[in-house]
Design a protein around this ligand. Structure first.
Ligand SMILES: Cc1cc2nc3c(=O)[nH]c(=O)nc-3n(C[C@H](O)[C@H](O)[C@H](O)COP(=O)(O)O)c2cc1C
Length: 354
């Protein structure tokens, strides 16, 4: 009974999250991704044809036709199920990866599992399950494994979101046990664990602790895109909004997080404010293996369904290809090696932390 009540409140929250992310101004206000501080060096003699540029890559052991992840967003309601099916079908058709939203709702109420079941439309796409690290710390590995198997996920994103929880009305306030749960899941789960932030980035020192726990793939989900502190601030009662307004821009910019973590040897997914093909090219030049896009995809979907999402992805892939050709990069691996000039605030972050 208690679980049912809790799962209803999760559904209400998820619905509010979708509505706010689709329609409200929940982006970072003064902080950017700092991807604009990565300058790619023009190659006036690329000696290749645009058609030769190959966007193929691999992530979590699966081949992708382009280095793009539709990042974890939703599940648990019938509206979420429709979004998941539409986006997963697009991921399948385009050979990109698809992340489901937190599976907490289906853990609390197994009747909600159908809202995450997308394998019927995406039999081969790289499919990422999702659960919060704090929830996972309170679950047995077998229960997490059940969530993974039920949806046929290839890997599990374990998300970190302490800033959002602190601002969320009724959110978690105790973050102990997350690293232990991550190490346990890495050791015991039948699929790879991807540790993922949700908009505040991952530092090099957290990266080193994750390496010790055995983790090899991270999604930095850095600052500069969707502010989850912002989303929760808008959900809070008027009297409780001051702290959220103050912390709205909290986090490590996406570009800084990628540049700090890639040299440690991680396979890095760059999510957080990635909107264009040039953003993707810049993140890959910093060492990212792939880029994730969340809110821009949701907004496109709410504006014009799958067709608008296709248009968004066409735009991203078109300018990524152009940036690759203009830097003489035939393959994604070439983009990891090209010269780039780092300026502005990103240089400050790296000078002081790398
Ligand atoms: C509507 C919505 C719901 C989200 N739900 C989850 C979630 O359940 N689990 C998770 O790991 N991240 C979740 N995220 C965070 C995104 O995966 C991503 O890390 C973050 O929004 C930054 O990317 P963006 O700037 O492209 O939106 C959600 C994002 C959106 C927009």
């Amino acid at each position: 009974m208690v679980k049912r009540g809790r799962s209803r409140s999760i559904s209400t929250r998820k619905k509010q999250h979708l509505d706010l992310c689709a329609t409200a101004d929940v982006g970072f206000r003064g902080v950017t991704t700092l991807l604009e501080d990565v300058h790619l060096v023009h190659d006036a003699l690329p000696e290749l044809a645009l058609d030769e540029v190959d966007l193929g890559t691999s992530l979590c052991g699966k081949t992708l036709r382009a280095p793009i992840v539709i990042a974890s967003m939703t599940g648990g309601t019938s509206a979420a199920a429709r979004i998941n099916l539409d986006l997963a079908a697009i991921a399948e058709a385009r050979g990109i990866a698809f992340g489901l939203g937190s599976q907490r709702a289906m853990h609390e109420d197994p009747a909600a599992a159908w809202t995450y079941e997308v394998r019927k439309v995406a039999p081969t796409a790289l499919l990422l399950g999702n659960i919060g690290a704090i929830q996972a710390s309170r679950m047995r590995t077998a229960e997490v494994q059940e969530l993974v198997e039920r949806i046929g996920a290839d890997a599990l994103c374990v998300h970190l979101n302490p800033a959002m929880e602190i601002v969320q009305p009724g959110g978690d306030r105790d973050f102990r046990g997350a690293l232990g749960a991550i190490a346990r899941l890495h050791a015991e789960l039948g699929v790879p664990v991807v540790v993922k932030e949700t908009g505040c980035g991952i530092s090099a020192s957290v990266g080193r602790r994750l390496l010790e726990a055995g983790i090899r793939t991270v999604d930095v989900s850095g600052a500069g895109g969707t502010s989850w502190v912002g989303v929760e601030t808008l959900r809070a009662r008027a009297g409780d909004r001051a702290m959220g307004a103050e912390l709205w821009d909290w986090g490590i910019p996406t570009a800084a997080s990628v540049a700090l973590l890639a040299p440690l040897g991680f396979q890095v997914i760059a999510t957080g404010g990635v909107r264009t093909g040039l953003d993707v090219a810049r993140a890959l030049a910093l060492g990212a293996a792939a880029c994730g896009v969340a809110r821009a995809v949701l907004q496109a979907h709410s504006k014009g369904g799958g067709r608008e999402v296709d248009r968004l992805i066409d735009g991203i892939l078109g300018s990524l290809k152009a940036a690759m050709a203009l830097t003489g990069s035939r393959k994604v691996a070439d983009l990891h090696m090209i010269p780039r000039v780092i300026g502005g605030r990103l240089r400050d972050w790296l000078d002081q932390l790398a």
